[in-house]
Design a protein. Sequence first.
Length: 166
Amino acid sequence: MSAYGTLIFFCGKMGAGKSTLSEKIAHERGAVLISEDEWLAALFPGEINDFKDYIRYSSRLKPVLALHVEQVLLAGTSVVLDFPGNTRKQRAWFREIYSPHCIPHELYYLLVDDGVGLKQLKKRQREQPERARFDTEQVFKMVTGYFEPPEESEGFNLRIVERNSA
């Protein structure tokens, strides 16, 4: 058994429930939860106005956090990263964190119908108006165009969570 913490991360389309599940798992396991949305909002308030801004600022945040997350894991504390792992490139970033030291990891793939995701986005628009300009059907369709489900060949410890109706 490893003395290292476990790195837990997620893959799923917009509105699939990644943030909700990340909070639940962090609470259940006594893990450190690091939310990309929270860090970006705190570090770059008012600077993320479109998807290109998100990509630019997210790519600045990840290298800073990677070493910190690795150190927390090596100290024996599990970390839940509420960052999207929705493309092979995004998932490669997580691998760069755990691979050098063979740190245990789990990738939760939230397999959710598009209708469920869109319904969740409408709910989020009402509950979190500050996100309304990003949580739209148009953005959902654009982002979904880039989505790449995880494949066995990627070698992750995969946990599939299915939710087909709401």
